[in-house]
Design a protein around this ligand. Structure first.
Ligand code: GDP
Ligand code: MG
Length: 300
């Protein structure tokens, strides 16, 4: 693995003290559970706010945000440490190009992740989008095929641009629940999960990266429903890490393209052949034993 520079997480001091207190409390909770490193992978389409979200969590401009230009083709890992705790966030290029999922980008991301364990997946999209389509399903499927469906047990859907006025007279909460239900449906289809699984396992969290985000009396950035979103996002990440599932180790096998959802299934023909041999031999033996035990008929 290439040498990775880990800097002190000074950006945390940029947050208002109410946010700092909550974040340090959450880091303390993780350390209590023996989690001292967290590696977060951020993926999604281009331009949805992945890089901005990375910067918001870290509290500094660590990665490039660009409204009009395509992102670079390389993932980038930002590492920060604080009181014995290390946070790694991996920003990635958008998975969609020219209306298709770019498999090459996915390959580059996988190679970049070699020998790393993904603790959390942030699947980023915008709150202020009104439609989901087959492309969304294909992205989810590509992620599942690349890393195994289990990655979604460590997944969160992050919706940016959360400071909006809903259209058509919908209330904010109604709009949010409709948008998240539509997206979760697509995730379920892409992962081929049953409904109850995604509802239990995949939380949807709101993010507003804009500098014009409203604030509460403690100077914390808040959503239209009053939630201070940075502590809320980190709290949800903590919950996902502690939900009893395992992080995803990206090893050579995964990179070489062995379908992670087929692991173990390759052995099925061998197991069948083995069982057949054992069973057939056992039956043959019974028959032979029976023949041997049979008293000889009088004509013999
Ligand atoms: P990426 O391509 O997914 O990494 O997206 P970027 O983080 O580069 O963001 C693309 C554009 O959207 C930039 O102009 C950002 O300033 C803007 N942006 C990102 N997140 C938000 C958000 O939550 N609210 C608003 N208003 N703009 C955002
Ligand atoms: Mg970006």
């Amino acid at each position: 693995m290439a040498f990775q520079l880990i800097r002190e997480w000074t950006g945390i001091q940029q947050f208002p003290s109410a946010t700092q207190t909550k974040l340090l409390e959450l880091l303390g909770k993780l350390k209590q559970e023996n989690v001292s490193t967290l590696t977060i992978l951020v993926m999604g389409k281009g331009g949805v706010g992945k890089s901005s979200t990375v910067n918001s969590i870290i509290g500094e401009r660590a990665v490039v945000v660009n409204a009009f230009q395509a992102e670079g083709h390389r993932p980038m890992m930002v590492s920060r440490s604080r009181a014995g705790f290390t946070l790694n966030i991996i920003d990635t290029p958008g998975l969609v190009e020219g209306g298709y999922v770019n498999d090459q980008v996915l390959e580059i991301i996988k190679r970049f992740l070699l020998n790393k364990t993904i603790d959390v997946l942030l699947y980023v999209d915008r709150l202020d989008a009104y439609r989901v389509d087959t492309l969304d399903k294909q992205i989810v499927k590509a992620i599942s095929d690349g890393f195994g469906k289990e990655i979604w047990r460590r997944g969160l859907v992050v919706l940016t641009h959360a400071q909006l006025s809903p259209p058509d007279g919908l209330s904010y909460d109604d709009f949010f629940s409709r948008r998240s239900e539509a997206l979760l449906k697509v995730v379920r289809q892409g992962v081929r999960m049953r409904k109850q699984d995604t509802q239990d396992f995949i939380p949807v969290v709101l993010v507003e990266n804009s500098g014009r985000c409203n604030k509460n009396e403690s100077e914390e950035k808040i959503l239209p429903n009053g939630t201070a979103w940075i502590p809320n996002l980190v709290k949800t990440i903590t919950d996902v890490v502690l939900n009893g599932s395992k992080g995803i180790l990206v090893d050579e096998k995964l990179i070489e393209g062995e379908d992670p959802n087929q692991r173990g299934k390759l052995a099925i023909p061998f197991l069948l052949a083995f069982q057949l041999l054992v069973v057939v031999n056992r039956i043959k033996k019974w028959i032979n034993d029976d023949i041997a035990k049979e008293p000889s008929p009088y004509w013999a």
